[in-house]
Design a protein around this ligand. Structure first.
Ligand SMILES: Nc1ncnc2c1ncn2[C@@H]1O[C@H](COP(=O)(O)OP(=O)(O)OP(=O)(O)O)[C@@H](O)[C@H]1O
Length: 328
């Protein structure tokens, strides 16, 4: 049976200006990676701050491995990388990690013993003896990750862990998060980097204007409707109605020779090689269409599934909303 690591029930925080987040209910199993998305100002950081015990909920409750958020027992389960980190710039990187270890109740020796491994894991290698004031923003973010991992916590709350990093740094963080997941950590990730969420998270929720708008398994979202593209040679437009009728699947002609750039109509001038596109639920139907194409004497050059990206899911969910993030 899966152990519940994070149990959030109707959690609400209403600031004096009426903003915040309302009635959030989510459970996250041990070892799961949960992605929390939403436009700027949606309430993502507010939720995380309640879960790590930095602000008090106005209503509802949440538990971490059964311990109420804000309690010492709950805090012992967590590592936290805040969105707006600022470390003591007069300290060296390793002194900052040591300080966080001490704040977690570790002895100096215990914390020190983990520092070389942590610096290495976050890609700070031999820079641990440099003062934070000489660190770039990206290095400070890596340092923040090391601090979040110092006491080897089972749950990690990471608020935009790659926001200050260059593409190489983002790949490093992605790799690190994947390793942590394999080690069985529970990861709660706030991120605007949808590709990061797509590769790491098992489930996602989309928050807007303080409430959860949508949630689901990442693979269900991405494969809810799979589009397929077929590159076909020797094609004549009059075959299209026949193909559609015989297969029972509406096929479209995509921009000739270039998939994914939008459909053009059969009346547009066509070369003899085209890309056809269709939404298809199962691979048997794909095979059937392949057979029909080949049996009609056409050449099938290429067949490929085109996944929906999380970006499209996000855009579709928030488009048309009157209250979108901070654009109120
Ligand atoms: N201490 C506060 N007092 C009053 N309002 C606040 C406070 N903190 C945040 N807010 C407001 O609550 C809303 C949610 O803010 P929050 O920082 O949780 O959003 P977010 O989704 O994390 O945004 P971003 O993606 O930009 O980091 C915003 O409208 C914000 O202005």
């Amino acid at each position: 049976m899966t152990v519940t690591a994070i149990d959030i029930q109707n959690l609400t925080k209403e600031y004096s200006n009426g903003k915040g987040c309302r009635n959030v209910t989510i459970t996250v199993g041990e070892g799961e990676a949960f992605g929390f998305l939403g436009p700027n100002g949606a309430g993502k950081s507010t939720l995380v701050k309640m879960l790590v015990g930095l602000i008090h909920p106005t209503d509802g409750e949440a538990r971490l491995f059964g311990d109420p958020v804000g309690s010492l027992a709950a805090r012992r389960h967590i590592g936290y990388l805040p969105e707006l980190y600022r470390y003591q710039e007069w300290l060296t990187g390793q002194e900052v990690i040591q300080l966080h270890g001490r704040l977690c109740g570790m002895s100096k020796q215990e914390a020190d013993a983990r520092i070389p491994m942590l610096l290495d894991r976050v890609g700070l290698g031999n820079r641990g003896k440099d003062r934070v004031k000489h660190y770039s923003k990206g290095m400070q973010q890596r340092l923040g990750l090391a601090c979040a991992l110092v006491n080897d916590p089972p749950i990690l709350f990471l608020d935009e862990p790659s926001s200050a990093l260059d593409p190489v740094g983002r790949m490093d963080v992605r790799r690190l998060l994947q390793e942590l997941k394999q080690e069985g950590k529970t990861i709660f990730l706030n991120s605007h980097l949808l590709e990061e969420v797509e590769t790491i998270c098992d489930r996602i929720a989309l928050l807007n204007n303080g409430v959860i708008l949508r949630h689901g398994q990442v693979h269900e979202v991405l494969y809810a409707q799979t589009r397929w593209h077929f590159k076909v040679g020797g094609f004549t437009p009059d075959i299209l109605p026949w193909l559609t009728e015989t297969s029972g699947i509406p096929l479209q002609i995509l921009q000739s020779g270039h998939p994914g750039t939008g459909a053009v109509t059969a009346s547009d001038s066509l070369q003899d090689t085209v890309w056809l596109g269709a939404v298809i639920d199962n691979e048997e139907q794909v095979g059937f269409i392949n057979t029909l194409i080949v049996n009609q004497g056409m050449t099938l050059y290429q067949v490929e599934p085109v996944r929906e990206r999380l970006e499209e899911w996000f855009m579709e969910a928030v488009s048309g909303l009157s209250h979108r993030g901070e654009q109120e």
